[in-house]
Design a protein around this ligand. Structure first.
Ligand code: NBP
Length: 473
């Protein structure tokens, strides 16, 4: 074969990734289950680079230079297993299969282990940036072995986005590490969008600003600390007017947020690891509530607040609440990556994750530079909230943040993201938590025992008897 690399699965993502590879001078073998899409790609984009159109899987594999490298860009789940099986049957030890779809990291771990037994290198890689990113430079999060990265990494770094000349691609860690961090990236994306939606809702409800006026506020915010792709496109969407009705676009869209599942996976995993990712969880639950048509209908006449508390500086207060809540949501997501890294032995460099998310991906933002710097100063940082640059930002924002949460509560606008982030912040900084009472209750009804603040050991009080305390062995 003569092709440097192959792409199978030529829907939007695969097609654009293949074109991106070709633009960088690679000879790219292309393949798709439905062959007409392969022909279409080659016919429409032949002038952009060197494509090798192939029909059967055997032809596709045979077209690749050994050791072969084939990237799969198909629907995640059983389709991916079917395609891997098909490719592996035609491959030899030393060849490599790369899954660029949104696989669940546990599937990636299973696939990597199974292919290793057959001598085939398997790399599960996160790719973020949608179709535009795939074409012009995505953020790429490859897992798999260091050996696989040695030959694959330079190609992926080549086609990735660059920020200040630094590629938005690095080896994340072994087996499923790449797909894991892509999952957390998507979870953080959910919380970013939820916080933006709360900011919009609050300003609209409290101040009666029109979507067009709010678009200008977001444009303004995008010039400061909040500068990011999501804030930028929020201004675009809010400023858009529906051509059919002349009404603001946001007012003609059904208010039920859908999800494909990566946010839910992030929260499920966080529950297993015991990491409180409240920002991501609230975002997933808020989408669930929005789609719960039956209960929303049944609850329409529930009583709301009477009157409202004025908050004269609301616009800038909301900006600060958004920034502070965002800091919390990111801190939690990074905690989750740290916990998983420990659990699975991935050795993930958290600062590198912030670095490769600065460009190409959906959560790309100026803000990530600060996270990178925080981990550069202290790689063992227990929480981003405690790094000087963020603790100062939180100190500055917290007054506004509290006013926003209380204004929202008093006028009856739900802000689960802002509110729970503030509760997390206040929970972490507390000297004493009411968890002591919970321990007492647990000991009362279940003899679950407790520790004391003043002595070593494990204790139980005989609640149903003389209430004497006994030290457990
Ligand atoms: P889709 O997720 O819509 O998948 C369509 C592709 O999968 C087509 O090429 C289709 O072939 C192929 N396919 C299916 Br479905 N079942 C197959 C099977 N059993 N055997 C062989 N091929 C099969 O495409 P996409 O939106 O381009 O996304 C590709 C991957 O990238 C997904 O895993 C997705 O989660 C991930 N991703 C998507 C985005 C995004 O913005 N869309 C961003 C980041 C990651 P056919 O043409 O013959 O039906």
């Amino acid at each position: 074969g003569t092709a440097d690399i192959g792409v199978t699965g030529l829907a939007v993502m695969g097609r654009n990734l293949a074109r991106n590879l070709a633009h960088h001078g690679y000879v790219v073998a292309v393949h798709n289950r439905t062959e007409s899409k392969t022909q279409e790609l080659v016919e429409n984009h032949a002038g952009e680079g060197a494509f090798v159109a192939t029909g059967t899987t055997a032809e596709f594999v045979a077209s690749l230079t050994k050791p072969r490298k084939a990237i799969i860009m198909v629907k995640a789940g059983p389709s991916t297993d079917a395609v891997i099986e098909d490719l592996a049957a035609h491959m030899e030890p030393g060849d490599m299969i790369v899954d660029g779809g949104n696989a669940l990291f546990t599937d990636t771990r299973r696939r990597e282990a199974a292919l290793k037994e057959r001598g085939i290198l398997f790399v599960g890689t996160g790719i973020s940036g949608g179709e535009e990113g795939a074409l012009n430079g995505p953020s790429i999060m490859p897992g798999g072995s260091p050996e696989a990265y040695k030959s694959l990494g330079p190609i992926l770094e080549d086609i990735s986005a660059k920020v200040d000349g630094v590629p938005c691609c690095t080896h994340v860690g072994a087996d499923g590490a790449g797909h894991f961090v892509k999952m957390v990236h998507n979870g953080i994306e959910y919380s970013d969008m939820q916080l933006i939606a709360e900011a919009y809702d609050l300003l609209r409800q409290a101040l009666g600003r029109s979507p067009g006026e709010l678009a200008e506020i977001f444009t303004e915010w995008n010039r400061g600390d909040l500068e990011s792709y999501l804030i930028e496109i929020t201004a675009e969407v809010l400023g858009h007017v529906d051509a059919k009705t002349g009404r603001p676009f946001v007012d003609v869209v059904a208010d039920r947020a859908e999800q494909k599942g990566t946010g839910r996976w992030t929260v499920q995993n966080a529950l297993e690891l015991g990491v409180p990712v409240t920002g991501i969880a609230e975002a997933v639950f808020a989408r669930g509530l929005s789609g719960d048509v039956t209960r929303r209908q049944a609850a329409r006449d529930l009583e709301g607040p009477i009157g409202s508390a004025p908050n004269y500086s609301l616009v800038d207060d909301v900006r600060q609440a958004l920034l502070a809540s965002k800091i919390v949501a990111y801190a939690q997501g990074f905690d989750q990556m740290a916990a998983a890294s420990k659990e699975f032995g991935w050795n993930i460099n958290l600062g590198d994750m912030a670095t490769i998310w600065r460009g190409g991906c959906i959560i790309r933002a100026r803000f990530l530079d600060r996270i990178r710097d925080a981990y550069a100063k202290d790689p063992g940082l227990p929480t981003l909230l405690a790094s000087p640059s963020f603790s100062e930002a939180l100190a500055e924002a917290q007054g506004a943040w509290r006013r926003v949460v209380s204004t929202a509560a008093s006028i009856g606008v739900p802000t689960p993201g802002f509110s729970s982030a503030l509760a997390y912040y206040d929970g972490l900084r507390r000297d004493r938590l009411p968890a002591a009472l919970i321990q007492g209750l647990r000991d009362f009804f279940g003899a679950h025992t407790y520790h004391r603040v003043d002595r070593e050991g494990v204790y139980h009080t005989d609640w149903s008897g003389d209430r004497a305390e006994h030290q457990e062995k």
